[in-house]
Ligand binder design. Sequence first.
Ligand SMILES: NC(=O)c1ccc[n+]([C@@H]2O[C@H](COP(=O)([O-])OP(=O)(O)OC[C@H]3O[C@@H](n4cnc5c(N)ncnc54)[C@H](O)[C@@H]3O)[C@@H](O)[C@H]2O)c1
Length: 179
Amino acid sequence: MGLTNLQKDIDVVHMDLDEWDRLMNVNLKSVLLGSRYAIPHMIKAGEGSIINTASMAAFAGDATRFAYGASKAAVVNLTRYIAAQYGKDNIRCNGVAPGLILTPAAKNNLPPAVLNIFEKYYALPYHGEADDIGYTVVFLASDESKFITGQTSQVEGGHYIANPSIADFQEYINNLPAK
Ligand SMILES: NC(=O)c1ccc[n+]([C@@H]2O[C@H](COP(=O)([O-])OP(=O)(O)OC[C@H]3O[C@@H](n4cnc5c(N)ncnc54)[C@H](O)[C@@H]3O)[C@@H](O)[C@H]2O)c1
């Protein structure tokens, strides 16, 4: 579940506060409620694995969608709290933070210029797809990840792994006079 609003979620000064509340409800309170209702059953069952959906927007500032980013950063820390508080009940809680994923909506709605920006900054030469998130979730749900809890896996093609000024530095280095 998730909500983002490119028209209304622009900056702190102009954000409509009703939209802020709606966004926090859909993106953050939904995560709280999912765990709130699932955990008592997991305690009864003696085990459980919760996987929350965050976003790479949780980890950096950007030109727009600050409320979305704030809601997803809260999901990352809520994931840690749930993991810390229910670990002794044999319940793990992890998250997945997708970068841009070419879901049908993204494919249909994002103009090529925006896709090109992402492509330029990934470390990898291709876009992410829904399966990339799905396989991560399967891993986190399985016993193969039984010693991982409180973590949010960043599935984003290496978009955020380098200094953002890397292209400028590369150009500077390439233009240094030969010795
Ligand atoms: N696609 C991406 O590039 C991307 C990147 C980062 C994070 N995410 C996150 O991944 C998750 C899924 O996104 P998606 O790209 O598949 O989008 P999507 O629009 O296909 O799915 C979002 C889902 O949330 C549901 N939803 C929205 N408001 C709701 C409400 N009030 N009550 C109940 N359900 C509601 C929608 O019905 C829809 O099924 C979201 O949490 C999103 O923030 C997606």
